[in-house]
Design a protein around this ligand. Structure first.
Ligand SMILES: [Zn+2]
Length: 109
């Protein structure tokens, strides 16, 4: 699991090919090594765990800080929703690539 390859959103097999071809769209196969990025139907359900973890890691410190500063719960809720909406492209991309690398690590092909 190449941490740098995850940061750079690269293929879990060759660590070179770009996983994404645009902000929201992935390549079907790695442009470098040709490995399929969708191993099986529903493969990306596993990415939800990473999305949840990354989202929690982003939202929790902000929520706690706002709570300690005395903001009301509805305001904290709105700030966290806005924060997660703004970072959603990054959350989507990094949760998928982190899942792909995790899967490759524990179930290599
Ligand atoms: Zn590749």
């Amino acid at each position: 699991m190449g941490l740098l390859a995850i940061v750079r959103l690269r293929c879990p097999c060759c660590l070179k090919g770009n996983v994404f071809r645009s902000l929201w769209r992935m390549h079907d196969e790695c442009p470098e090594c040709g490995v399929s990025f969708e191993r099986e139907p529903g493969f990306y359900y596993g990415a939800m765990y990473f999305s949840y973890g990354i989202g929690l890691a982003l939202a929790a410190p902000v929520s706690i800080l706002l709570f300690l500063k005395g903001f009301s719960e509805p305001i904290i809720f709105l700030v966290v929703i806005a924060q997660l909406a703004i970072v959603s492209p990054l959350l989507f991309r990094y949760s998928r690539v982190a899942w792909m690398h995790f899967d490759q690590r524990f179930d290599p092909r």
